[in-house]
Design a protein around this ligand. Structure first.
Ligand SMILES: [Zn+2]
Length: 244
């Protein structure tokens, strides 16, 4: 299924060109109708939302991620109301909202990932998106146990059969995705990190896999890993390995 990625930011009237993705923009909630409407009329059936908070106050637990007034939840509600037949998926992660830029919650002492509360926090965010009306939540973090935690939360909340859980099943780090990763904003990222770390490419995965496959066949893959093989985060605080 083709899924159109929408970068949704917290200025309701924003329409900001993304230099690394010519013709693509970060959008504010108030712009969605005019932007998506014509595409839906042309046959677009699915989108995936990526929150790009630029004004929120980030903190160590990523509190703004599930702010009811935040751009993602507002966009979910708006799209569901405007386009009832549109399938709305949402990326789920904390790194856009944490002050340290990681996808989870850190141990206070050494700055390593504290897995259990990280998974629980990510599950909270996913559940909030599902409650807002998302048909699908797609966690792009790499916290151990977060799929189980999200599924448990959805089931216990009565949304287990109403909201899909899509795990990003594979990751490729490639210059191909650098521009896409640049479209979202997380703390402490540099272009080098972008080229080395890459998860928020899944919308492209659906229609560019064959291209990637041929690319990796022609040259040694720079990085070809699976989710399970990389579900670790014993990383120093200074290393912005949010999507390793
Ligand atoms: Zn992340």
């Amino acid at each position: 299924m083709f899924m159109y990625p929408i970068f949704i930011t917290d200025d309701p009237t924003a329409r900001v060109e993304i230099p690394s993705l010519p013709g693509q923009c970060r959008w504010g909630v108030d712009r969605l109708e005019g932007f998506i409407g014509p595409l839906v009329q042309k046959g677009l059936r699915s989108v995936i939302l990526f929150g790009v908070p630029l004004k929120c106050e980030k903190d160590p637990r990523g509190t703004p991620a599930d702010d009811p007034q935040g751009p993602v939840i507002q966009a979910i509600k708006k799209l569901r109301a405007l386009f009832p037949a549109l399938f709305v998926a949402t990326d789920v992660c904390l790194c856009e909202y944490t002050s340290h830029g990681h996808c989870g919650i850190l141990h206070a002492g050494d700055g390593t990932i504290d897995a259990a509360p990280s998974a629980e926090r990510i599950a909270e965010v996913a559940y909030a998106y599902a409650q807002a009306g998302a048909h699908c939540v797609a966690p792009s973090d790499m916290m151990d146990g977060r799929i189980k935690a999200i599924k448990r939360k959805l089931v216990d909340g009565g949304l287990g059969n109403k909201c899909l859980l899509m795990s990003y099943s594979a990751k490729f780090a490639s210059g191909l995705y650098g521009p896409f990763r640049c479209s979202s904003v997380a703390a402490e990222y540099t272009l080098a990190d972008v080229l080395l770390t890459d998860a928020i490419f899944s919308p492209f995965f659906f229609f560019s896999f064959s291209f990637l496959y041929s690319e990796t066949q022609q040259e040694a893959p720079r990085r070809l890993v699976t989710v399970n093989a990389t579900s670790f985060h014993p990383v120093p605080r200074a290393l912005p390995a949010a999507h390793l």
